[in-house]
Design a protein around this ligand. Structure first.
Ligand SMILES: NC(=O)c1ccc[n+]([C@@H]2O[C@H](COP(=O)([O-])OP(=O)(O)OC[C@H]3O[C@@H](n4cnc5c(N)ncnc54)[C@H](OP(=O)(O)O)[C@@H]3O)[C@@H](O)[C@H]2O)c1
Length: 214
């Protein structure tokens, strides 16, 4: 039985991904900030993870290691957009050059890029020989595709995640740091989730950013 780890598996894209893998008889390590919100299933191992907290991440990594499983697919899915807090002043301080708040922007970088990379680092040794690390990105993190003004925190966090994915891919290619086979940053396209909202229906963007170990 193969094992997949999905962060943010209680709702949105993460929940859908979780359902697909359970249906295909994979073991699933699923994270949420409140594990009571995760589905129950004989192959689902629920673990708490709050990506704003380094202690929570450390604890999560320890719990995963204790399971003594090799991970075949690690999906950094959990993501944060400052608009979801519902505080417009705070959101604008991450979205517009005036007012711009480094502290507010930093929170998004932390959850969407820095902590996902720390998670990969912490689990390097439990990744299986054929494993893949998938980082859920966004077209908003593409330097060449970006057409919308501002949105510094979210766009910047996904651009950073893309660059980190590339850096990690090159490290995998050039050294024996992990048995992990490859890493990918993928744009899922617009989705009607809490983050994506219900408004726009234009069809998913087809672009993805692929970094592979050859
Ligand atoms: N929706 C779109 O149109 C779209 C487009 C491009 C890319 N994406 C990306 O796709 C991924 C999934 O997004 P979604 O649309 O499914 O969003 P969503 O429905 O709003 O779900 C967000 C997920 O992230 C988790 N999360 C947020 N803050 C967290 C934190 N501090 N610590 C741990 N987990 C946290 C949530 O966990 P809890 O349940 O614990 O709150 C939830 O599972 C994200 O990386 C997002 O950036 C989305």
């Amino acid at each position: 039985m193969k094992t997949v780890l999905v962060t943010g598996a209680a709702r949105g894209l993460g929940k859908s991904i979780a359902e697909v893998f359970l249906k295909n008889n994979w073991k699933l390590i699923a994270s949420a900030r409140d594990i009571s919100k995760l589905d129950t299933h004989k192959n689902l191992i629920p673990l708490e993870l709050d990506l704003t907290s380094e202690d929570s991440l450390k604890q999560f990594i320890e719990e995963v290691k204790k399971l003594n499983l090799e991970i075949d697919l690690l999906i950094n899915n959990a993501g944060y957009n400052a608009k979801d807090i519902g505080d417009n002043d705070y959101f604008q301080s991450t979205f517009r050059i005036e007012p711009f708040s480094a502290k507010a922007v930093d929170q998004t970088l932390w959850v969407n890029a820095l902590m996902p990379m720390q998670l990969i680092s912490g689990l390097l040794k439990v990744l299986s020989p054929e494993s893949v690390v998938l980082n859920i990105s966004s077209w908003l993190g593409s330097i060449t595709e970006k057409k919308a003004a501002g949105h510094y925190a979210y766009s910047g966090s996904k651009a950073l995640l893309n660059m980190f994915t590339r850096g990690f891919a090159l490290e995998l290619e050039k050294s024996d740091i992990s048995k992990c086979q490859s890493t990918v940053a993928l744009n899922p396209g617009w989705m009607r989730t809490d983050m994506g909202g219900g408004g726009r229906v234009k069809g998913p963007m087809k672009r993805c950013f692929l970094q592979k170990k050859f």
